[in-house]
Design a protein around this ligand. Structure first.
Ligand code: CAA
Length: 262
């Protein structure tokens, strides 16, 4: 099933949905309409109980997303700029906190808001031709879509500051070295690899997938003692699912589990 909204194309294949940001003439830069359509695509996925994994990528072979649309931002006043940052942050938080597992398939430039979009995803796979960075400093601004917070949590504050203070772009290989992307593959291998990874994850029981995402995302914001207690609570919650009974019974009966996703 494919729904095309011009700027964002959603293609659902069973339990995996591919979201393509489709503005290649502007290197998939995110203007208001594209953000709205991305928000609608993410909301639709979250509302669909059958979807377990979503892959986000960019149209064309040059860019994942080259950032927020600079031509839209240039004339903004402080209030409008703050509103724009808040709106995009809410969307990226929806990705980070949603029940779906999001994979960023970084097929080219992931800059500014594009890097921040990738940071909000659960897993990042990059083509070897991709370049990543937070070049906002070169525009006289700071990252405003969560980059100052998610990047240091992922790669450490010193590396994050270097990227943001210099605005320099790094290669996919360098990004992998600092943990900014999980894997680097050739451009031709990018989508097959992202699909295979998505399929592997989509074959797992949905509730446990969600609870792992929740435990890691929320637990990292807590102190250790609270986080361990939270983990124990979510571990207990697994035992309310049919899939916990089935998964363990299947092991004991030496057969493959028949997941019910409940
Ligand atoms: N906003 C608006 N348009 C953009 C854009 C952006 N972020 N990035 C690229 N484009 C447009 C270009 O203006 C150009 O349009 P025209 O053909 O109409 O002139 C088209 O996309 C192709 O771009 P280039 O000709 O520049 O392509 P290139 O190969 O020479 O360079 C690039 C590629 C290095 C990515 C360069 O386009 C670039 O530096 N882009 C801006 C990257 C950037 O600064 N991103 C951060 C934005 S700020 C932000 O995102 C803030 C935040 O935290 C949310």
């Amino acid at each position: 099933m494919e729904t095309s909204n011009e700027r964002v194309i959603s293609t659902r294949l069973d339990t995996v949905t591919l979201i393509t940001i489709n503005r290649p003439e502007s290197l998939n830069a995110l203007d208001q309409l594209t953000l709205q359509q991305l928000d609608a695509a993410v909301s639709a996925i979250e509302a669909d109980p059958h979807v377990k994994v979503a892959i986000i990528t960019g149209a064309g072979n040059k860019a994942f997303v080259a950032g927020a649309d600079i031509s839209v931002m240039q004339p903004l006043d402080p209030i409008a700029a703050r509103r724009m940052a808040t709106t995009a942050q809410l969307l990226l938080n929806k990705i980070e906190n949603g029940s779906t597992i999001f994979i960023a398939a970084i097929n080219g430039y992931a800059l500014g808001g594009g890097c921040e979009l990738a940071l909000a995803c659960d897993i990042r796979i990059a083509a070897d031709s991709a370049q990543l960075g937070q070049p906002e400093i070169n525009l006289g601004i700071i990252p405003g879509w969560g980059g100052t917070q998610r990047l240091p949590r992922l790669v450490g504050s010193s590396r994050a500051k270097q990227l943001m203070l210099t605005g320099e772009r790094i290669s996919a290989g360098q990004a992998a070295q600092i943990g900014l992307v999980n894997e680097v593959v050739t451009a031709a291998e990018l989508m097959p690899r992202a699909q295979k990874l998505a399929q592997t994850i989509a074959e797992k029981p949905k509730m446990a997938l969600q609870l792992i995402k929740e435990a890691v995302t929320n637990g990292m914001e807590m102190d250790r003692n609270r986080a361990f207690a939270y983990e124990a609570d979510l571990f207990g919650l697994c035992f309310a699912t049919a899939d916990q009974k089935e998964g363990m019974l299947a092991f004991l009966e030496k057969r493959r589990p028949d997941w019910r996703d409940c």
